[in-house]
Design a protein around this ligand. Sequence first.
Ligand SMILES: Cc1cc2nc3c(=O)[nH]c(=O)nc-3n(C[C@H](O)[C@H](O)[C@H](O)COP(=O)(O)OP(=O)(O)OC[C@H]3O[C@@H](n4cnc5c(N)ncnc54)[C@H](O)[C@@H]3O)c2cc1C
Length: 372
Amino acid sequence: MLVLGGGFGGIVAAERLAKELGDEHQITLLSRSRRFVFYPALVRLAFGKCEPEDVSLDLRESMLSRRINFIEAEVARIDPQERKVTIAHGEVEGKLPYDYLIFALGRRLATERITGFYEHAHHLLNVDKALEFGKAIAQFHEGRAVIGQCPGARLPVPVYETAFALAHLLEERGERANTRITIVSPDSPGLQFGDSDVTLALRNALSAHDIEFRPDLPIDQVTAGAATTSNGHGITFNLLMLLPPFQGSSAASYLGITGDESYINVDSAMRVIGAERMYAVGDCVNFSGPKMGHMAVRQAEVAAANLAAEIRGHAPVSNYVHEMRMVIDEGGSDSIYVHKDIWTNEPASVRQGRFWSWAKRVQEKYWEASHS
Ligand SMILES: Cc1cc2nc3c(=O)[nH]c(=O)nc-3n(C[C@H](O)[C@H](O)[C@H](O)COP(=O)(O)OP(=O)(O)OC[C@H]3O[C@@H](n4cnc5c(N)ncnc54)[C@H](O)[C@@H]3O)c2cc1C
């Protein structure tokens, strides 16, 4: 059993397989880095509320105790006919055979689609970039901070959490009166979460912190001091944090198993459509809506259960339901919890209060404690 990718999806899939299957089955987890990064903590890292060592752990050590081999390498090529994955580590290349494959390669950041992104925009989607953005925050004392998503970014939580954290910080520093915070979104109001109750709760929380919201601004170009759209609209900034467009992993894009934006097509049993002995989980799969860690975890549980059943010659035993369970941590009583079934599109259930901020931190501690 070969699991590609050492994020939430890959780790949980490998752990569940190790639990489900006996010692005669070898489970290998392969990832380009031996460090697992707990992404939801990166906003707090950027704001100096935790240290880099608090948001990552060593996969090789934590997998050993779970009977899982860990290999640190890059996936170079996949050959489904021969059932081999070509991997590279530094100068060394090799082929790894598999009987069953689980893709958990996350998403690729398509920064090249936004002209000037690399030179002029900050983001916080890895440890180094979060720390760099933290330095820019320390130097921001007046003018406008623009925070938002490019079209296709599909991750609203850190945008709102950054805006709230910045508002708190500027208030503490006594600099709020000299500054404006504007969130930009490519979507129309209400579309972002597909639910009017969520939009209303967010709007109220934003206005309580005097944070502006500019919808319908699909930014595709950034210069020093301005972010613009192809139809001539734009916004000026003194500080910019923008999530670039996401795409599926390029490691799967030539296999004929991907759909829009190179995301892998799967059924609700998490089997790759049109392929045998392949499953896919997490940000790399072609499901609608935001890309979130709790979805990757649930999909990994479903894939592992069904793969174990397939090995035993049984039909799938578990089905994935595409639900969003999201906490936007405002840092206090305006924190918001949203639960929505994306496939049925029933109205979301929305809760608000300090409890959700606390619950999110507890969940983070639980994950750390159970994997270190
Ligand atoms: C700042 C931030 C805040 C977030 N907040 C939340 C939140 O509050 N709640 C929530 O549910 N979700 C949140 N998310 C989203 C969540 O982190 C992702 O949905 C989750 O990480 C997806 O897990 P994954 O396993 O699919 O992919 P990833 O975690 O991206 O893991 C993919 C793995 O594959 C490896 N890999 C990729 N390509 C290759 C290759 N070619 N060869 C070898 N290895 C490769 C990568 O190194 C990585 O280890 C947040 C994300 C960010 C960035």
